[in-house]
Design a protein around this ligand. Structure first.
Ligand code: C5P
Length: 311
């Protein structure tokens, strides 16, 4: 018989992808990062991360989007688990198994999502009960998007993306995600943004009243009109075909369309579930993109789905 306090033999955590409803980018800081004002929105495309005690550290990646994902210490999930172990004085290795359904290098924070999931999973496996603010601190060390993937929902962020604040956001939104062939490197897209701006002065990033009003209203049309991304021009400059993808989606009835984060995934907003289905069918038939996915938002942040420690 298992004792009531027996530690779980493995823990599985589900974690969503994100899109940026608004991404306002400032001039680069001395450390190379760009100050941001952004609205993160978690959507229902998920990865699953399972961890269990092992003789040595290991990591494997499976699932529909596993191609090209590193299975070594450079994987953000491994870095996150090691950092948490280090900060908590844990010396027992774990194996990390990632099941990927979030497109890789697509601007949807798939790698950051796996890191957030690994933190929650290891925290549970090791029975640490790390306070949320400490977990967010470790998350921010791993990457700018990782703290948001712990939280999920819809949230404002500043700093380099790691400083989160709540935002009043109503409604459920129906998204169609157009995934292009080949990824874009986030640093390359930021560098291209700087290059395109040249010597022009760049104001300090701030949220726009249009986005705040749209989120409060819960009206998809208002949100569609308010979507904005300062990295979009840079992503299109590096991958010109993205302009055609955006045009195609809008022509097929999307009420808004935007490059997600640093791209190249394009997120289209549909009026409702039925319109999202129609849009997904038209985009698929158009042959302009490699893959078309539907998702709703907001979605919950990283959460344990099995291996809950008995109390
Ligand atoms: O924080 P993270 O490791 O995810 O960032 C990846 C890269 O994206 C950084 O090395 C940097 O080149 C760029 N970046 C940036 N400004 C941000 C976030 C990311 O320039 N606010």
């Amino acid at each position: 018989m298992t004792s009531a306090m027996a530690p779980p033999s493995s823990v599985t955590v589900r974690v969503p992808a994100k899109i940026n409803l608004e991404l306002v980018v400032g001039a680069p800081r001395p450390d190379g990062y760009h100050p941001l004002s952004t609205v993160f929105h978690a959507v229902s495309l998920h990865d699953e991360v399972t961890v269990w005690p092992a003789d040595e550290w290991g990591l494997t990646v499976t699932g529909p989007q596993s191609l090209g994902v590193p299975e070594d210490g450079t994987n953000l999930a491994a870095r996150a688990a090691l950092l948490l172990a280090e900060s908590a004085g844990i010396t027992e290795p774990v194996h990390i198994a990632i099941r990927k359904d979030i497109p890789v290098a697509g601007g949807m924070a798939g790698g950051s999502a796996d890191a957030a999931a690994a933190l929650v999973a290891c925290d549970q496996l090791w029975g640490l009960g790390t306070p949320r603010v400490e977990l967010e601190h470790v998350a921010a060390e791993v990457g700018s998007d990782v703290p948001f993937l712990l939280t999920g929902g819809t949230a404002m962020a500043s700093g380099r993306g790691e400083v989160l604040a709540p935002v009043l956001a109503r409604g459920t939104y129906h998204w169609v995600l157009a995934v292009s062939e080949g990824g874009l490197s986030t640093p390359a897209v930021y560098a291209e943004c700087d290059r395109l701006r040249g010597d022009r002065p760049v104001p300090d990033p701030a949220p726009t009243p249009e986005m705040m009003t749209a989120l409060r209203s819960g009206d998809p049309r208002a949100l569609g009109a308010a979507l904005a991304n300062d990295l979009q021009a840079a992503a299109i400059s590096l991958m010109p075909a993205l302009a055609d993808v955006i045009d195609a989606g809008l022509e097929f009835g999307a009420i808004g369309g935007i490059v997600s984060g640093s791209g190249p995934t394009v997120a289209f907003l549909a009026e409702d579930n039925e319109s999202a289905l129609d849009l997904a069918v038209s985009l698929t038939a158009s042959g302009t993109v490699q893959d078309v996915r539907r998702a709703t938002g907001p979605a919950h942040g990283a959460h344990v789905v099995s291996g809950v420690r008995a109390r």
